[in-house]
Design a protein around this ligand. Structure first.
Ligand SMILES: *Cc1c(COP(=O)(O)O)cnc(C)c1O
Length: 479
């Protein structure tokens, strides 16, 4: 029988890796960079104008739904899709894009992320990521030492973000409680804490968390004392927040750590937002008390300027991670581990896993801890300057001086429905992207400042956008 003919390689199937990869990539990267610039120019502002239906229509006119049978080749596909996505993107690098804890990534970190995709290492076994495994171990230990500077062997897991970190924190707490003979652990949290803590308790089959009211925006240690006291020795995990998503408030960590200790409860600190304050000599003291936590969540894709995903769960000692140990013969056979192959499977619940650590390590080397601290200081200062402007503004009310880099404000004569309508009007126009938060029983506009390049003129422009939208947004029920 004659050998069947070779199936021809289709266009656009060059590989990214290997010796020839970089030369195959170079012209494609050029196309991507041009398409990013063109797409941003098409958009003109922080958000594409028109709201959901026009944005979807424009995207579909460039990229019809459905899977094409025949390809257009790499250049055309990149040019069309990257431009369309950029034209329809929310751009956190635009100073008017301040809705969420959604940071503009540093160019140096994005460039490192490209290398991660090209090398495509996978941290589920040493033979898929030999050097990356060491870089992750070392960088994680360095970051853990930032959280627990006085302990001999702190460690950290790299995660996809605060949600996964909080889940792992509750899982580890549950396993500690089980090891001590209990059935589970009772989570006690504040109303202002992150919703992912409740979901984690649900996912892990724990009792529904006890949620304490936080009328002042932070947990009251007196309330915590009585809630923990009422549990009478049931294993408890007090989950507190350093930088709430809604206002950036930091729970009083030393007093809460004391309350937990007094009742034999463990402490978890969700510092997804506030954790990187540790890089700043000026702001570090806001996190005093962190060291008594059994686990600490930190996100570097918020204050940290990393592309998603860059999360961290720090623990005071590497042994705290033992419950995650897991054996899969094809990845970490016992004899391979005995022969000295590092066992990576216990550093995550995921299997295939990107070395997100590369962009973090590159950023730390490029800027140093002090450089990151300077970026933190800059956005905290901007928030104070924005708050001052709001405070001096005749038509606006400031909620409170910012704790980190979040500023809540509202037109002083607007009711909640009008505040919500103003936010939507700005989104639809594509001129400013603000968030919303409830505090003190009212709805506020929320600006989360995360762009260290934002000039003061952009802060003025943001308030101008709001006051102009307020004038154009009618009172009354028919909006
Ligand atoms: C953002 C945030 C989270 C969730 O983190 P993701 O990275 O979005 O998963 C958890 N806790 C707090 C306080 C947050 O601000």
């Amino acid at each position: 029988m004659p050998a069947p003919p070779d199936i021809p390689l289709p266009d656009g199937c060059a590989l990214a890796g290997g010796a020839a990869g970089p030369e195959a990539l170079r012209p494609l990267l050029d196309i991507v960079l041009t398409a990013l610039a063109d797409g941003a120019a098409d958009r003109e502002g922080p958000l594409p104008p028109g709201g959901p239906a026009p944005v979807a229509r424009r995207l579909r006119s460039a990229v019809p739904p459905g899977l094409p049978a025949a390809g257009t080749g790499a250049g055309e596909a990149l040019r069309t899709l990257v431009r369309a996505l950029a034209a329809g993107a929310a751009d956190p690098a635009d100073p008017q894009c301040v809705a969420h804890l959604h940071c503009p990534p540093l160019a140096v970190a994005a460039a490192a992320d490209l290398a991660v995709s090209v090398l495509n290492q996978s941290l589920d076994s040493w033979e898929q990521a030999p050097a990356a495994a060491t870089l992750e171990t070392d960088t994680a230990a360095g970051l853990a030492a930032l959280v627990y500077p006085d302990l001999p062997q702190p460690d950290a897991l790299l995660t996809t973000g605060g949600t996964e970190s909080n889940q792992l924190a509750l899982l580890l707490a549950r396993e500690r409680a089980r090891a001590a003979g209990a059935r589970g652990v009772q989570v006690v949290r504040g109303q202002a804490g992150h919703h992912s803590v409740q979901r984690a308790a649900w996912l892990l089959g724990l009792p529904a968390p006890i949620t304490l009211a936080t009328p002042a925006g932070v947990l009251d240690p007196v309330d915590v004392h009585s809630a923990l006291g009422a549990l009478r020795g049931t294993p408890a995990l007090l989950a507190v927040t350093a930088g709430t998503t809604d206002t950036g408030a930091v729970d009083p960590l030393p007093a809460l750590a004391e309350a937990a200790a007094a009742h034999g409860a463990e402490l978890h600190v969700d510092a997804a937002y506030g954790g990187p304050l540790l890089f700043s000599a000026r702001h570090r003291a806001l996190l005093d008390g962190l060291q008594s936590a059994a686990s600490v969540t930190v996100d570097l894709h918020k204050l940290g300027w990393q592309p998603v995903a860059a999360g961290l769960l720090a623990v005071p000692d590497a042994t705290a991670l033992r419950p995650l140990h897991h054996r899969a013969d094809y990845l970490n056979a016992a004899d391979d581990t005995e022969a000295g192959l590092p066992d990576l499977l216990g550093r995550s619940l995921r299997t295939t896993r990107r070395p997100d650590v590369l962009k973090i390590a590159v950023t730390l080397r490029a800027l140093g801890r002090d450089g990151l601290g300077a970026l933190v200081d800059r956005v905290c200062d901007q928030a104070r300057r924005l708050a001052d402007r709001v405070d001096r503004h005749p038509g606006l009310t400031l909620h409170a001086p910012p704790a980190i880099s979040t500023v809540l404000f509202r037109p002083h004569d607007a009711d909640d429905a009008r505040v919500a309508a103003i936010r939507r009007a700005l989104l639809t126009a594509g001129t400013a992207v603000l968030g919303r938060s409830h505090a003190d029983g009212r709805l506020w506009l929320k600006a989360t400042l995360l762009n260290p390049h934002t000039p003061d003129a952009a802060l003025d422009a943001l308030l101008d956008h709001v006051t102009r939208a307020a004038r154009a947004t009618p009172e009354g029920p028919d909006r």
